[in-house]
Design a protein around this ligand. Structure first.
Ligand SMILES: C[S@@+](CC[C@H](N)C(=O)[O-])C[C@H]1O[C@@H](n2cnc3c(N)ncnc32)[C@H](O)[C@@H]1O
Length: 289
């Protein structure tokens, strides 16, 4: 176990290999990185995921090679590199919010209120379009006192945003062991700690306990959403809304179909788009189920 470095797995998939790309993303996520970054250029797609030890990174690299990828490298990253973004952090507009780290003054006005987030090493600084897409939807669908589940809470940016929108109780879950503490710290920084809880409880356990929520936000990636489709559907209350994101424009339909296929009681109610990424809103009619 390396204590002082992280390791990045970088995988490039050539044009026309969409199936391999899906398998690669799935394999990277199976080893629980905080995020999987996807960059497109010249038809090829490069995926980058960070892991806290060389052994985990090597396991992920072996899995992506088994998935059919050949252009794979494992790179050690010094801590300074991972934190370099802090010097260049800037505010991001998202629905009625402006997301800022604590060390930047929030440029608020009549239309925007501050959502203060220090993501630490978890995903969710507000710089990614999917975060901003889901926050705008949450502002639209969260009614006063609503219950909200944030699946893949990362920094807690969506959980905290939902609480600021008036949710009565928000629970965030994540496979990233650092995410719950980061989420709770950000809830405290925004004075909503009394309405936000967070844990690494698997979605399957929440679903098996029969818990349902008025709003469920799932900013994950397409293969993860497809994998979790039954449990994502199961935790949406009658009259509730499921927000799916982390979906590239070219790939949102199969993930959405997996969820509506698992539960035809969820009906598509809208699709939003930003910078090549998509958020899908699914609704369960009141009085059903
Ligand atoms: C794209 S980030 C979203 C973070 C934050 N909610 C946002 O919108 O910025 C996806 C998060 O999902 C988590 N994740 C991946 N697979 C998961 C799973 N099966 N269950 C729960 N969380 C998962 C990752 O660790 C990561 O924090």
């Amino acid at each position: 176990m390396d204590d002082d470095a992280w390791f990045r797995v970088r995988v490039t998939v050539p044009p026309g290999a969409a199936t391999v790309a899906d398998l690669v993303v799935d394999a990277l996520w199976q080893h629980a990185p905080p995020a999987v970054e996807e960059r497109s250029g010249d038809g090829a797609t490069t995926f980058v995921a960070g892991y806290p030890s060389r052994s985990t990174a090597e396991l992920a690299a072996t899995a992506v090679r088994r998935a059919g990828a050949t252009d794979v490298e494992v790179v050690a990253v010094v801590d300074d590199g991972l934190d370099a973004w802090r010097a260049h952090a800037e505010p991001h507009d998202a629905g009625p919010f402006v997301i800022v780290p604590p060390w930047i003054p929030a440029p608020t006005d009549d239309r925007r209120r501050a959502l203060v987030v220090d993501p630490g090493r978890s995903f969710g600084s507000g710089s990614h379009p999917t975060t901003r897409l889901v926050l705008a939807e949450l502002a639209d669908v969260v009614a006063p006192g609503a219950s909200v589940l944030d699946v893949g809470c990362g920094s807690g940016v969506l959980a905290v945003g939902a609480a600021l929108c008036g949710a009565g109780a928000v629970h965030g879950i994540d496979v990233d062991p650092a995410a719950p503490a980061t989420t709770l710290a950000n809830a405290a920084a925004n004075d909503v700690a009394d309405r936000v809880t967070a844990s690494t409880e698997p979605l399957a356990a929440v679903s098996a306990a029969g818990r349902t929520f008025d709003v469920v936000a799932a900013n994950l990636l397409a293969p993860v959403i497809a994998d979790l489709s039954e449990d994502l559907a199961a935790v949406v209350a009658p009259g509730g809304t499921l927000l799916l994101s982390g979906l590239l424009v070219a790939r949102w339909r199969p993930a959405t179909d997996a969820v509506t296929g698992a539960d035809p009681g969820l009906a598509p109610a809208g699709v939003g788009q930003l910078d090549g990424w998509v958020v899908v809103r699914l609704e369960r009619p009141a009085g059903s189920r």
